[in-house]
Design a protein around this ligand. Structure first.
Ligand SMILES: [Zn+2]
Length: 59
């Protein structure tokens, strides 16, 4: 019987830097909006619904 040590690699939590800013981006046309404003009900550019917006980091 082997006595293997099971040590899963513990990755550090997502490192946040001041240079990294989250923004909302339309997945259809790439329209961007500041995170603080929240996702729009519909994209002003292409009319995509809010579900099409996702948070991305911009540096
Ligand atoms: Zn759009």
């Amino acid at each position: 019987m082997t006595d293997e040590q099971d040590q899963p690699e513990i990755l550090p939590p997502e490192v946040r830097t001041a240079a990294t800013e989250l923004i909302w981006r339309c997945s259809r046309c790439g329209y961007q909006r500041a995170r603080a404003e929240g996702p729009p009900d519909a994209c002003p550019d292409c009319g995509a619904p809010r579900e099409e917006f996702y948070l991305v980091t911009e540096d």
